[in-house]
Design a binder for this molecule. Structure first.
Ligand code: ADP
Ligand code: TRP
Length: 332
């Protein structure tokens, strides 16, 4: 069975974009492959969270993913820092990663521009840690978006370099997992581009959020001045709302508002109210499950423990083999 590895950054609460763009495919993958999904809390240290924030973020993400249907009996859902072998392998792999290639990473260059006051070594070696996340489990496939493809390419470089250096074929090259056709890009509420926390709070529909807040955000979503004649093409802002409707509303509801737009009698207030109702209906049961899991210490502990056991079993085996290949020999 193919092995899939994917890391989830514990930053902020899950929004509709994350669900339709990532979590939904996790749910499918856990049925079909041997999956290692993990909360990348070591990676998140590059942003210097307080201990309280770090813990709260991991708690939130774990509860959210269990609420969405990640099943710990079907996959390994673990917390990165629960697997010390990752940190040890990271030390070894850092010896074969060159500063020049790390400096060419697009995400590193972006961070250098966006946060010039906090360019720590962890940011520079982020791709090494990500490579280790994958290689430590001998991942075959990694579901990655466009922004992570360079990291995956670097993972292959590090794997091959290790193999070449030690004259082995120990690590295999992980490939991008193609989600073609399954994943949709969810647009945001503020007009342009995809829904993203980096575009601000008003852009996202967050699962763990009060109904009244969700309604308010949708009623304030960006639209245009309205069609002036029948048959007019939808503006990007309006199309965004229709695109979100595609995900949460009935076909007949969408057709109804499409018709109203076609004959230029649509009232955006009505459209938004309907969309708000449908989003709230979609979100409410999931939100209830998130609240339930957040308070269910036992379920969280059980999930994290099972995940850690599965991940440690795989990682410890890899580390043992790597230590032998590198030439660490015991004198005792
Ligand atoms: P954000 O853009 O809000 O910071 P992340 O970068 O943390 O979200 O994304 C986590 C996962 O969710 C990634 O796999 C990403 O591709 C997916 N994702 C995020 N936003 C969207 C979106 N609007 N549409 C589809 N997928 C998305
Ligand atoms: N870098 C990924 C992101 O920003 C998260 C991540 C860390 C990851 N390690 C990984 C993804 C390993 C896939 C495999 O979204």
């Amino acid at each position: 069975m193919a092995r899939v590895v994917s890391g989830i950054r514990p930053t902020g609460k899950l929004h509709l974009g994350n669900y339709f763009g990532a979590v939904k495919s996790f749910l499918k993958m856990q049925e079909e492959h041997e999956c290692f999904f993990f909360i990348a809390d070591i990676h998140s240290l590059t942003t210097h969270p307080t201990p309280q924030d770090l813990h709260n973020n991991v708690h939130q993400v774990l509860a959210e993913h269990l609420a969405m249907g990640i099943d710990v009996d079907k996959c390994a859902m673990f917390i990165q820092s629960d697997v010390p072998a990752i940190s040890e392998l990271y030390t070894y792999m850092n010896m074969n990663a060159y500063i020049g290639e790390l400096e060419r990473s697009v995400t590193y260059k972006e961070k250098k521009n966006s946060q010039p006051k906090n360019i720590n070594a962890g940011l520079l070696t982020y791709p090494v840690l990500m490579a280790v996340d994958i290689l430590v489990h001998h991942g075959d496939f990694v579901p990655v978006g466009k922004d992570q493809q360079q990291h995956l390419e670097m993972t292959r470089t590090f794997a091959n370099r290790f193999n070449h250096m030690y004259g082995t074929d120990y690590f295999k090259e992980p490939q991008a997992y193609s989600n073609t056709g399954e994943l949709v890009k969810v647009p945001g509420l503020t007009g342009q581009g995809k829904m993203s926390k980096s575009s601000g709070d008003a852009d996202t529909i967050v699962f763990d959020e009060e109904e009244s807040v969700i309604r308010k955000k949708i009623m304030r979503a960006k639209t245009d001045a309205g069609p002036t004649e029948p048959g007019q093409k939808k503006s990007e802002e309006l199309q965004n709302l229709f695109d979100i409707m595609e995900l949460v509303s009935d076909a007949s509801t969408i057709a109804h508002f499409d018709d109203l737009h076609q004959n230029a009698t649509i009232r955006y207030g009505d459209l938004k109210k309907q969309l708000a109702d449908d989003v709230v209906n979609f979100v409410a049961p999931i939100r209830e499950r998130i609240v339930h899991f957040k308070n269910d210490k036992e379920a969280l502990a059980k999930a994290a423990k099972i995940g850690a056991e599965k991940a440690n079993e795989s990682a410890v085996k890899t580390l043992k083999e790597v230590r032998e290949i590198i030439g660490f020999k015991k004198f005792y």
